[in-house]
Design a protein around this ligand. Structure first.
Ligand code: CU
Length: 71
Protein backbone atom coordinates (compact mmCIF):
# COMPACT_ATOMS: atom_id res chain seq x y z
CA UNK A 1 0.00 0.00 0.00
CA UNK A 2 1.33 3.42 -0.94
CA UNK A 3 -0.13 6.62 0.42
CA UNK A 4 0.86 10.19 -0.38
CA UNK A 5 -0.19 13.10 1.79
CA UNK A 6 0.41 16.82 1.57
CA UNK A 7 1.18 18.58 4.83
CA UNK A 8 0.78 22.35 4.81
CA UNK A 9 3.22 23.74 7.36
CA UNK A 10 3.26 27.27 8.75
CA UNK A 11 6.42 29.00 9.96
CA UNK A 12 9.17 27.75 7.66
CA UNK A 13 11.37 30.67 6.58
CA UNK A 14 14.64 29.15 5.40
CA UNK A 15 16.31 25.93 4.32
CA UNK A 16 17.14 25.07 7.92
CA UNK A 17 13.45 25.20 8.81
CA UNK A 18 12.69 22.97 5.84
CA UNK A 19 15.31 20.48 6.99
CA UNK A 20 13.95 20.52 10.56
CA UNK A 21 10.50 19.68 9.25
CA UNK A 22 11.85 17.02 6.91
CA UNK A 23 13.83 15.41 9.73
CA UNK A 24 10.93 15.54 12.20
CA UNK A 25 8.42 14.08 9.77
CA UNK A 26 10.93 11.60 8.38
CA UNK A 27 11.53 10.22 11.88
CA UNK A 28 7.89 9.12 12.23
CA UNK A 29 7.67 5.34 11.89
CA UNK A 30 5.99 4.41 8.61
CA UNK A 31 7.11 7.50 6.71
CA UNK A 32 9.04 6.38 3.66
CA UNK A 33 9.93 9.68 2.05
CA UNK A 34 9.55 13.41 2.72
CA UNK A 35 9.96 16.25 0.24
CA UNK A 36 9.69 19.77 1.62
CA UNK A 37 8.90 22.71 -0.63
CA UNK A 38 9.89 25.79 1.36
CA UNK A 39 8.21 28.34 -0.92
CA UNK A 40 4.88 26.54 -0.84
CA UNK A 41 5.14 25.64 2.85
CA UNK A 42 4.40 22.11 1.80
CA UNK A 43 5.77 18.77 2.89
CA UNK A 44 4.84 15.86 0.64
CA UNK A 45 5.11 12.54 2.43
CA UNK A 46 4.99 8.98 1.16
CA UNK A 47 3.73 6.46 3.69
CA UNK A 48 3.75 2.71 3.97
CA UNK A 49 0.58 2.75 6.06
CA UNK A 50 -1.96 5.23 7.31
CA UNK A 51 -0.70 7.72 9.88
CA UNK A 52 -3.08 9.97 11.83
CA UNK A 53 -2.93 13.69 11.13
CA UNK A 54 -2.38 14.28 14.86
CA UNK A 55 0.90 12.32 14.69
CA UNK A 56 2.18 14.63 11.97
CA UNK A 57 0.90 17.61 13.93
CA UNK A 58 2.74 16.58 17.09
CA UNK A 59 6.04 15.99 15.27
CA UNK A 60 5.80 19.33 13.49
CA UNK A 61 4.86 21.17 16.69
CA UNK A 62 7.83 19.58 18.48
CA UNK A 63 10.07 20.88 15.70
CA UNK A 64 8.71 24.40 16.31
CA UNK A 65 6.27 24.74 13.43
CA UNK A 66 2.54 24.47 12.89
CA UNK A 67 0.65 21.97 10.77
CA UNK A 68 -2.15 23.93 9.12
CA UNK A 69 -3.77 21.37 6.90
CA UNK A 70 -3.42 17.84 5.60
CA UNK A 71 -4.54 16.96 2.09
CU1 CU B 1 14.71 28.66 9.10
Amino acid sequence: MKITKKLYVEGMSCSHCAKSVADAVGAIPGVKKVDVNLNKGLATVKLESEIADTVFGAAITDAGFTLKQVA
